[in-house]
Design a protein. Sequence first.
Length: 178
Amino acid sequence: MKTLLRLLPLLALVSTQLRAAEIAAAPGPRGPGDPARFVLLAPTESEKALAAARAADDERLAATRAGDRARLDAIFSDDLRYAHSSGHVDTKASYIESLATHSTVYESFDYQERNFKVAGPGVVIMTGRVLIKATNKGQRADNDLNFLAVWREENGRWRFLAWQSCKNPPPTPAPATK
């Protein structure tokens, strides 16, 4: 009985996938309300989306370190919301301005963990942990952050839509031995 209960979610998923495949295979135009728009991506499509988002993130890091206004404008979504671990929130315009004028300078990004997951058609979620060395208005900051980021495909290009991070607490020192 326990085995059957464990298999029920898998059976429901398979049933949903088969129904989605039937809907997707049905002839006719596809519109915004068509359920076939919500069919899970085939593995090759998912893999392409993940690889494209990973490459876009690599470009974002390079453009951010360089403070290159044109590259930043190309990679950031016009709807960017960048919530720093300090609580400060930037828009696309304010974040590009701080990077291009070198008010904020990122020296390094050292991903300890970086995971990508397709959330739906044209949306990839990136989560992980990163060590960042930066200077903001002359103040040095070494941050150990957990983050959640969102990439969205816009007109055939993957653009950085959102960032939210929080600081990890410093490691707890080991108890002293006597």
